[in-house]
Design a protein around this ligand. Structure first.
Ligand SMILES: C[S@@+](CC[C@H](N)C(=O)[O-])C[C@H]1O[C@@H](n2cnc3c(N)ncnc32)[C@H](O)[C@@H]1O
Length: 184
């Protein structure tokens, strides 16, 4: 099933259950954070952020797809969500949104390859996260394939792309496929 599948929205609408595809990252985040304000970058329909909200966190989501945001809202997602395409040119508004919301935790599940795959401004994005006061970054990378087409096809490459944020040695990957930045 796709990450924005109608079945996930239906399950949320009817039973308030969340997609199992988010379970690993969700557990990873909850075990390492103290309910600080979060931003779910590339939130799609908002179900991951909603799950955090339902468990005492406060934050917001950002996604370029208004269609996905509307689908989430129609299914009952109450997470604040902003329609914004992250590009090199929207880094300043992104920084301001992060600051306004006192964001300390950034979630980027299957996100950086989407926004940085075509245009590599990872160093600048990392710098903006630092300026905004983000203290923890959680990544979940793409599924490994034999014939990757995206330049950021491994978690290591995603981490390296964010070099404005921290050195690769500052990252921990203690759950396969997920990484947590611990700034020094
Ligand atoms: C693979 S999906 C992952 C969605 C969600 N993080 C999840 O794990 O279920 C990638 C999402 O990134 C969004 N996206 C792609 N490029 C973007 C950009 N430049 N700025 C903001 N969102 C973007 C897409 O609309 C899509 O919802």
């Amino acid at each position: 099933m796709r990450y924005d599948s109608e079945e996930y929205l239906q399950a949320f609408r009817l039973q308030r259950t969340f997609p199992k595809i988010h379970d690993k990252l969700y557990a990873f985040v909850v075990a390492r954070t103290a309910r600080d304000p979060f931003c779910d970058l590339c939130c799609s329909t908002g179900l991951f952020g909603q799950r955090l909200e339902d468990n005492g966190y406060h934050g917001f989501g950002i996604d370029a797809s208004m269609d996905a945001l509307i689908k989430g809202r129609s299914a009952g997602v109450t997470l604040p969500m902003i329609g914004m395409k992250i590009t090199y040119d929207t880094l300043v508004p992104l920084r301001e949104r992060l600051k306004e919301n006192c964001t300390k935790i950034l979630i980027a599940r299957r996100c950086l390859p989407e926004i940085l795959g075509a245009q590599n401004f990872g160093a600048e994005l990392g710098y903006v996260l630092r300026q905004a006061g983000v203290r923890q970054v959680f990544l979940q990378g793409r599924q490994v394939t034999h014939h990757p087409r995206n330049p950021l096809h491994t978690l290591e490459l995603e981490i390296a792309a964010l070099k404005g944020w921290a050195r690769a040695s500052d990252w921990q990957e203690d759950v396969p496929g997920c990484a947590h930045l611990v700034p020094t």
